[in-house]
Design a binder for this molecule. Structure first.
Ligand SMILES: [Zn+2]
Length: 75
């Protein structure tokens, strides 16, 4: 099974999904996983990706596959 997934009709890699969530460049991203939750906006499937926006920070990001909803675990 490949690491690429479809989000809002577009194929994303772990890095491009992380950049979508972050709204900017990221240094590194882990493989995409399915979140154990549904999108609060549309009920769609939510993907999770862990990524490093910088060398000092690790963020867990969530993104709906069907709409614009996204979230991170930043405080
Ligand atoms: Zn959604």
């Amino acid at each position: 099974m490949g690491e690429n997934r479809v989000v809002q009709g577009r194929m994303v890699t772990p890095t491009s999904l992380a950049e979508l969530i972050e709204g900017g460049d990221v240094m590194d991203a882990e493989p995409i996983r399915d979140a154990d939750r549904d999108c609060p906006e549309c009920g769609g499937n939510v993907l999770v990706v862990g990524y490093m926006p910088s060398v000092l920070e690790f963020v867990t990001g969530y993104k709906c596959q069907d709409c614009d909803w996204r979230e991170t675990d930043r405080e």
